[in-house]
Design a protein around this ligand. Structure first.
Ligand code: HEM
Length: 453
């Protein structure tokens, strides 16, 4: 399978998400046919592997190219489905004695639009009456609705449901065989992308009119902001660029944050003592400080988020062990040397968060769940670029603070209302490409019993 550029929005930011290095093979019979076809093309020199283009005098890093065309992708993909993508790199590091992790500080242009309205808070748990909730789909829906409100001021349930349905098909096609044939994930994703863009173009046009008529405010949301803000040269974004940027932000923040929330709920279910510390020592105190004179809850503010230090350490430890993105591709823009080896221009490099986070030199006892690793002034000093859940350097996640607010706000409301049991203890996690428990993480939620005065 490949991470498909074609389904991704082509914004002015040439995103690091959009390159592909491994061609990931799926296990379906259809894939086998495709692989055979590609092998045929390869053997008939219709498709040439890139290594043929490499000058013989170069000292390339040791390793195997694997199978023609598909490389070692099937193996990589299998490890992801086993829930341990880092073992793919572990094996090769052992075999070739190479440190395979490197952050490559290539700089690209980036579109950085930030929302100024992020400290709004939402009540996320309407499931008081329900006993069992499946966390991943619930988190996805919550985040999608939130993004629709914050980015587009979109609140109509039907409109959101249509966008969400297309969006999920689009996400499935991001990592798929790039075969545009009816029935394939890729084919469906291209159609879904076209449908989403059509819907977004309609919204952009409606907003333009609303702004002209004074029925919408220039600061109301991201969409207005993109429409009214010129660049340094005074030029405004085109309709297509606005649509692509919105799609890019929805894509970049949606599954990553939903996966992080799901992993967090799983970890707190597995570590009740950590749950109690989050609830008793931090979140319940913050909740008590938010009870207004009339007995109603005040909204969380930025300062409240800053107080959630232990909770954020817990989230960080969850994302260390289960990073929402297992790694990111880079492209060598020029010939370069690394550790005495030549990396030719055009090669794709892949840095892996899951491997780095389990390196015992960077994180002692790497498999142990220990939020105190992230204590400020604690025993452990974090080495720069060792914790890379949000990447690092010039292409670091621009939504990190936004994600922090979303996740901590969610956690605040959740633990102050509920505790929960995992319906399937040790539920298997698959990376496809974000880490998702195979059954979506069903939990039994138990509302706190109010104490009798
Ligand atoms: C837990 C949640 C999130 C995680 C784990 C995450 C992780 C990442 C990672 C690993 C990268 C690549 C960094 C690199 O290439 O060095 C990235 C890039 C990016 N993220 Fe996030 N992200 C999250 C949430 C969000 C949110 C909520 C948004 C926006 C709404 C967002 C927007 C972006 C964008 C636009 C990029 C591309 C930046 C660029 O290429 O310059 N992310 N994110």
């Amino acid at each position: 399978m490949a991470i498909n550029n074609d389904v991704l929005p082509s914004s002015s930011s040439s995103s690091s998400y959009s390159s592909s290095f491994f061609i990931f093979a799926s296990s379906s019979a259809f894939t086998a046919l495709v692989v055979l076809l590609l092998l045929f093309l390869y053997s008939n020199k219709v498709v040439k592997p890139r290594r043929r283009d490499v000058k013989p005098c170069l000292k390339l890093p040791p390793g195997s190219y694997g199978w023609p065309i598909v490389g070692e992708t099937a193996e990589f993909f299998r490890r992801c489905m086993e829930g341990a993508p880092e073992t793919f790199i572990n094996d090769r590091v052992e075999r070739y004695q190479l440190v395979q992790y490197k952050y490559c500080p290539f700089s690209f242009n980036i579109v950085q639009y930030y929302c100024s309205f992020l400290t709004r808070t939402y009540v996320i748990c309407d499931d008081q009456g329900k006993e069992e909730v499946t966390v991943f789909p619930a988190a996805k829906l919550y985040l999608f609705e939130l993004a629709c409100r914050l980015f587009l001021s979109l609140e109509e349930p039907q409109c959101i449901a249509k966008l969400a349905a297309d969006f999920n098909i689009f996400l499935k096609g991001l990592v798929s065989n790039p075969i545009n044939f009816p029935g394939t994930r890729f084919y469906k994703a291209l159609r879904a992308t076209a449908a989403i863009k059509k819907q977004l173009v309609t919204l952009v046009r409606q907003r333009k009119v609303a702004l002209q008529m004074g029925r919408a405010s220039p600061s109301q949301d991201l969409l207005s902001h993109l429409l009214v803000t010129p660049n340094q040269n005074g030029a405004f974004m085109s309709e297509a660029m606005i649509v692509n940027n919105i799609l890019m932000l929805l894509f970049a923040g949606h599954d990553t944050s939903a996966a992080a929330i799901t992993s967090l709920v799983k970890a707190l279910g597995e570590h009740p003592q950590v749950y109690h510390k989050v609830f008793q020592a931090e979140q319940s105190e913050i909740a008590s400080s938010k009870v207004g004179a009339a007995g109603d809850d005040e909204l969380l503010q930025w300062e409240d988020i800053q107080k959630m230090k232990y909770s954020w350490n817990v989230v960080s430890e969850v994302m260390r062990l289960t990073p929402s993105g297992i790694g990111v591709f880079r492209e060598a823009l020029t010939d370069l040397k690394y550790e005495g080896y030549d990396i030719p221009k055009g090669w794709k490099l892949y840095w892996s968060a899951s491997f780095t986070h389990r390196d015992a030199n960077l994180f002692p006892e790497p498999t142990k769940f220990d939020p105190s690793r992230f204590d400020e002034g604690g025993d452990h000093t974090l080495i720069p670029f060792s914790y890379v859940s949000f990447g690092g350097g010039p292409r670091m996640c621009i939504g990190k603070e936004f994600a922090k607010i979303i996740i901590l706000t969610f956690l605040h409301h959740l633990v102050n209302r509920f505790r929960w049991d995992l319906v399937i203890p040790d539920e298997k996690v698959e990376y496809d490409p974000t880490p998702i428990p195979v059954k979506g993480l069903p939990v039994r939620v138990l509302p706190h019993i109010p104490s009798v005065p």
